[in-house]
Design a protein around this ligand. Structure first.
Ligand code: HEM
Length: 345
């Protein structure tokens, strides 16, 4: 470990940031043999982001990359983040979640879609031929940060220090400063939803539609979205996640969706919420939002620190392999300095 990395915690990726107006959610599988190309792209991601983002200083462009459990094994091997695993299916009598075979998630955010589009184009140019696209969704911020169901979405997100505490891993050695992220793409049955009165919709969500004020404990049904997603540990502390859901859709095709994305320091918090929603708490008391929302995808990823992506050997804290003595340069030749970045394992 270098002196500077001993003093400073590893730099996280831009997991916690202000909500933006535009986002792209790109999920791909790495084809067999494509591992080193994918790893090199991940190492160069901050540079690509600067190439696009620096040209629009108020554009707020960021890109977070995550790896699934199997992708981690293929790209970086051992050691691995303690809680990285495949997202389980949550199945109750009425609702069942979906899981998707996926390797890499790219979560691009900016104030303008053109910046996301440009960076995504550069990413895909580098990955051409070595990945299979699983899903690509362009999300937009809707009126008053509402979802397409018409409710303000994101209000109770922790902010500032609380957000950092909620999302960054702090008890896993070399993996501290990373995060876990779960994504799910939902489509809504707008015809059924619009048959409800506003008051009935408010009982589904657990908040007022116009004012975004939370219903009182007396008013809020136990199967409302809010009631099932406010969870606590055994000491009564609320367990929080950071969400940056985005609406998406194609009204001409009847497509109205919410792309759910939740970051947390441990995936177990988001998984508990999913269990509450799909299996029910108690079992059978499922989230009313699922009567109008169908998941099409689902996957879990670990988000390494920016430092790890750029230099996996250093960040992994693995004992360095003994380096053979370099051959002495022939008289009159250069010092033989090639790539300044160490090649990944
Ligand atoms: C809160 C919408 C899926 C976790 C909310 C709120 C809305 C909403 C409107 C209230 C405002 C706010 O605090 O943000 C949706 C929609 C979804 C969806 C449209 C997709 C169909 C999920 C999923 C999870 C989740 C899959 C977790 C696995 C939460 C949490 C809160 C919340 C933790 C805040 C609860 C609180 O502290 O009051 N959601 N959500 N949501 N949602 Fe969702």
């Amino acid at each position: 470990m270098t002196a500077s990395s001993a003093e400073l915690p590893p730099e996280p990726q831009a997991v916690v940031g202000p909500l933006t107006r535009a986002a792209v959610f790109l999920v791909v599988r790495v084809n067999p043999g494509g591992e080193s190309v994918a790893r090199d792209l991940l190492a160069d991601l901050p540079g690509l982001q600067r190439s696009v983002g620096f040209r629009s200083l108020d554009g707020g462009l960021t890109c977070v990359a995550g790896l699934s459990s199997s992708a981690w094994d293929r790209l970086y091997g051992s050691p691995r983040p303690a809680e990285l695993h495949d997202l389980p299916v949550f199945a109750g009598d009425k609702h069942t979640s979906v899981t998707t075979k996926a390797d890499l998630l790219f979560h691009l955010r900016a104030e303008r879609m053109d910046l996301c589009f440009e960076l995504e184009s550069l990413i895909m140019a580098r990955l051409e031929g070595v990945v299979t696209v699983v899903d690509e969704v362009q999300g937009f911020r809707y009126f008053d940060a509402r979802d397409v169901l018409g409710f303000v979405d994101g209000t109770e997100n922790p902010t500032g220090r609380g957000a950092v505490d909620a999302v960054l891993v702090d008890d896993d050695g070399a993996f501290n400063g990373g995060s876990y992220v779960i994504v799910q793409k939902y489509l809504h049955d707008m015809a059924a939803w619009n048959k409800l009165t506003t008051e009935q919709q408010e009982l589904v969500i657990g908040r007022r539609k116009l004012s975004d004020v939370e219903l009182s404990d007396d008013e809020k049904p136990g199967d409302s979205h809010i009631a099932l997603n406010v969870i606590e540990d055994e000491d009564g502390n609320e367990l929080e996640i950071v969400r940056d859901n985005m609406p998406f859709g194609r009204p001409a095709y009847g497509e109205f969706g919410t792309y759910f994305i939740g970051y947390a320091k441990t995936p177990s918090i988001i998984e508990k919420m999913l269990e509450n929603m799909f299996v029910g708490s108690p079992p059978g008391n499922t989230d009313r939002i699922l009567d109008f929302s169908t998941p099409l995808t689902g996957a879990l990823f670990y988000v390494p620190t920016a430092e790890f992506l750029e230099d996996p050997v250093v960040a992994s804290d693995e004992p360095a392999e003994p380096t053979p003595e370099p051959p002495a340069p022939a008289p009159g030749t250069s010092l033989g300095i090639g790539s300044l970045r160490r090649s990944p394992r």
